[in-house]
Design a protein around this ligand. Structure first.
Ligand code: ATP
Length: 306
């Protein structure tokens, strides 16, 4: 009994940590059904996707009593469009992603996909419809092929290679001595942050979800890697409803809609051009980041804290 209890408790700790970082939620849910905090509502139906319009309607949310985190958050991501969220650290950006994946239920208002309240659909169907490219992908101690194929159990080798090519990681993989059979993860080959993110992108391409949550890495990438990741993001976001949790403004300038969060509220919204013209918080953040870029010539760790 004790032996059984300890590992489960240990997994619980890991679960909570990973849940916090938005990393690899899909994997964890399959491993840890018993850890779910939220149950399907009796009579919940599978989510029916018709374009995947996402709506947050006047959402209030707190993790804990007496500390409200989101206040009247209200926005729509049109079917197939991209919305990026920016704001200072702690303003509530990642919380939006956690709520869309229904890690937690909102206290006021509602979140819908194609008009269906998340609380009325089965979680299995919800999580099937959403792909997440996390900041820091946790790889399985298995082959790189397995790690990509995880996005779609039963995928053929051709499909895996096509996804790896689209994520610009195929050439890297075939350059390794064991190719697609190379062991990765903690006990295998250590991949760089950018390589791990490409594995996550390949996995997501295989899964082919209607909705995508892209949690941009906070750690600085060199400008070449950043450009490559941006090109891939564009590729996977094409025709998918996408929520980008952004840490660098330069990466989201062409999003259809940018939401600026401050202390749990959306304080500005618009396109990059309209927000600059409005000369508010976004414009200040932009000027500060540009000044930093010029002085350092490369993105820095500080850029994460816009
Ligand atoms: P960053 O840019 O640093 O990732 P963020 O804008 O994504 O920040 P969130 O992670 O959404 O911010 O957090 C918003 C607020 O909610 C923070 O004040 C944070 O301390 C709090 N918070 C986040 N997760 C929890 C949790 N599990 N329990 C209690 N409070 C939490």
């Amino acid at each position: 009994m004790i032996q059984l209890y300890i590992p489960l408790n240990f997994l619980g700790v890991i679960y909570r940590e990973i849940k916090q970082s938005l990393a690899d939620m899909e994997r964890l849910f399959s491993l840890l059904e018993q850890e779910r905090e939220i149950d399907d509502t009796p009579g919940a139906k599978p989510l029916a996707i018709h374009g995947a319009e996402v709506r947050f309607e006047h959402v209030d949310f707190s993790y804990e009593k007496n500390r409200q985190i989101l206040f009247d958050v209200d926005f729509t991501i049109a079917a197939g469009a991209t919305t990026a969220v920016v704001g200072h650290s702690g303003s509530g950006k990642s919380t939006l992603g956690r709520l869309l994946f229904r890690f937690y239920d909102v206290q006021k208002g509602r979140i819908t996909i194609d008009g269906q309240d998340l609380r009325d659909v089965t979680q299995a169907s919800l999580r099937q419809a959403i792909g997440i490219v996390p900041q820091d992908t946790v790889l399985f101690n298995d082959t790189i092929e397995y790690n990509i194929a995880y996005g779609k159990p039963g995928a053929s080798k051709d499909q895996i290679i096509a996804a790896a090519r689209a994520a610009s990681i195929h050439d890297f993989i075939v350059s390794l001595p064991d190719g697609y059979d190379t062991m990765v993860g903690e006990r295998g080959l250590k991949l760089s942050g950018g390589e791990k993110q490409r594995v996550a992108i390949a996995r997501t391409l295989l899964k082919n979800p209607a909705i995508l949550i892209f949690d941009e890495a906070t750690s600085a990438l060199d400008s070449r890697s950043e450009q490559a990741i941006q090109a891939q993001l564009k590729e996977i976001a094409k025709d998918r409803t996408t929520l980008v949790i952004a840490h660098r403004l330069s990466t989201i300038a062409d999003a259809a809609q940018i939401l600026v969060m401050d202390h749990g509220r959306i304080v500005e919204r618009g396109t990059h051009a309209s927000l600059l013209a409005a000369d508010g918080l976004y414009a200040q953040m932009w000027i500060r980041q540009q000044a930093r870029k010029i002085s350092e010539d490369e993105p820095s760790q500080d850029d994460a804290d816009i």
